[in-house]
Design a binder for this molecule. Sequence first.
Ligand code: NAP
Length: 246
Amino acid sequence: MSRPVTIVTGGSRGIGAATCVRLAADGHDLALGYVSNEAAAREVAAMVREAGGRCVTVRADTSQEADVERLFDTAAAELGPVSGLVNNAGVTGPLGRLANARTDDLRRVLDVNVLGYLLCCRRAARDMAALGGGAIVNISSAAATLGAPGDYVHYAASKAATDALTIGLSKELGQDRIRVNAVAPGIIDTDMHATMGDPDRPARAAAGIPLGRPGEASEIAAAVAWLLSPDASYTTGTVLRVSGGR
Ligand code: NAP
């Protein structure tokens, strides 16, 4: 049987990188999207190949329609028809109350986290319908239901949009045999916290998490891998919370 071809946006670091490596081990070939860190993308691609997968890396800002189209075109040209998408590339902007947020930061979060997910889902819907089926996993966040007051309510709002997108699109695409699900991570130990100016955030949050620790990127990758697998063949329109109980 041929290996499924899956696109992972933001595959160069964190949850996306762990997902690429896990999916390669599970038998996928990968198109790995990244926005700027080419060295990290190459490192992950090497790990994918080591795990037995083919891998193409594509610099693509998911908030840009032309970049998204090029990401999908390259994946299909280099690896074959795309049957999987992990919509993962996401940003938060600086931490703080909405009253102090800059418009440019709000716009960037919505452009990447909402418009970017929509552009990728739209192209996946077209390609997978033509192919006769497929699976999409959108990376949401526990923030979508917690609201993240004082930290980033705009980001939480963008993730609530991800949940609505997942539910609506699953109903639209069921007839095309395309499953659409989301994974909502809690606090996961990745670069994201340092990028938003608070590298110690995962360690500090541990006390408020029922399982007593932040999550590992590989624990999110495992949930994504299940949702993409035939074991999840009757699962669509669900938001799977993987948050240590938070
Ligand atoms: P991360 O470590 O900061 O990595 C972000 C990844 O996204 C990188 O590969 C980055 O590429 C890529 N990226 C950023 N902006 C992009 C854009 N405009 N176009 C394409 N790629 C872009 O983040 P993470 O913690 O793994 O988060 C991954 C996803 O999980 C996000 O959707 C995030 O909201 C969600 N999430 C994370 C947590 C957490 O605690 N970490 C919790 C809940 C949800 P470069 O390497 O090129 O910069």
